[in-house]
Structure formats: C-alpha cells, structure tokens
Ligand binder design. Structure first.
Ligand SMILES: [Ca+2]
Length: 200
C-alpha cells in the first residue's frame, strides 16, 4: 500500500515499497554460480522476458557484454570497442549494474524499451543468484521460469498465491494441476526449482 502526501515538516511524503525479489534480476547474467548450464538458464530467462514484452531478445547480448568482465562481444553484443567509437566515448562497465538508470548507456536500450522492461526487472542483489519470491512476482515474471508455463497457468499460480501466500508451492493443488498440464511435468518442476522455486 503506497504512502501518499503524508505531511512531514514543511512538505509531503509519497512513497511505495516494492519487493525486488519478485522480479527478474539482470545481474544474474553476471553471476557465475552454478556452472555453465545454470548460466544458460539465467540467460534464457532474460531472453524469454524480453520476448514476452515484445523487446528484441538479442538485446540480452549487449546486456551480457556490459556486465561480464571480458571484452569479447557476444554475437549480437557490444563491448568497449563499440562504446569508444561514440561521442563522447566511454567504456563498457564490465561489472554488475548498480541501478536500472545505467541501462540508458547500453547499446540498443532506448527510453521506450527501458520503460517497457522496468516494472519486471531488478538489479538486486547485485551479486545475483537469489531465489525468486513467487508471492510478489508478476505473471509475466513467473512465465520466465519455464517455457511450459503459459499465461493462463501463470495467472492461475498468482491467483492461488494471493489466496494463500506460502513459501512452498510445489505441493499446492494449483501447482500440481498446472504442472500436470505442462509437457514435461517432472522436468518442469525440477527446472523451476533450480530457477528459484522454493523446494519443499
Ligand atoms: Ca564485457
């Protein structure tokens, strides 16, 4: 519940607290924990989010290059060589994003695209690798957990969570029903768990 126009001193305070752990962490792209397979899944999640938001998924390559420590560009990416050709020139950060404001520095991230993705992404924790809080996640964010989670399944999961907030969704009736509709039930459950779904 936001605070609106709360009288404080000579002015008014307006504030809203949002849970960042219910979003896709862009700094997961810089996290090397979990090995190569886990890293591919993190990249897949961000690409899927972009696709769901009608944003060119190739922009994930420029995002990876901005965050990763090396100067070797991804297939559709851009490293310091590109940024140093701009006027004024600058270098790729080659480190985690300290805030979403830095997205404007990255090749291809126009104000329109940043506005489109901002509600669903975070940079916290900076080191990445934190599990997602499904109690506060948007249906679009839940869809990034696994390709078999359709919009209707995600909406059903959110509705169930809002009815009964919990730390364990695996055993819930709606999860079993949803997982049963997925093409690879067991695999889906395991995949979701590795992506941050709370385990029993
Ligand atoms: Ca880099």
């Amino acid at each position: 519940m936001p605070i609106k126009n709360y009288a404080i001193g000579d002015g008014f305070l307006t504030a809203q607290i949002r849970d960042e752990t219910g979003k896709v962490n862009l700094n997961d792209l810089a996290s090397t924990s979990g090995g190569e397979l886990e890293q591919k899944k993190k990249v897949f999640r961000v690409r899927r989010l972009f696709e769901l938001l009608k944003v060119n998924p190739n922009l994930v390559d420029t995002l990876i290059d901005w965050i990763d420590q090396d100067d070797a560009p991804q297939p559709a990416g851009a490293e310091s060589l590109y940024y140093q050709s701009l006027r004024p020139p600058y270098r790729a950060a080659n480190s985690p994003l300290p805030g979403l404001g830095d997205l404007r520095l990255i090749k291809g991230f126009t104000p329109d695209i940043i506005e489109r993705i901002e509600p669903y992404v975070t940079v916290y924790p900076l080191e990445g690798g934190a599990p997602m809080n499904l109690n506060t996640a948007d249906p679009i964010v839940i869809q990034t957990l696994d390709p078999s989670i359709t919009q209707s399944i995600a909406l059903e999961i959110v509705q169930d969570v809002h009815t009964k907030p919990r730390s364990n969704l695996i055993g819930s009736a709606v999860f079993k029903k949803s997982a049963g509709r997925c093409a690879t039930t067991t695999t889906s459950s395991r995949t979701i768990s590795r992506h941050g779904w709370p385990l029993p």
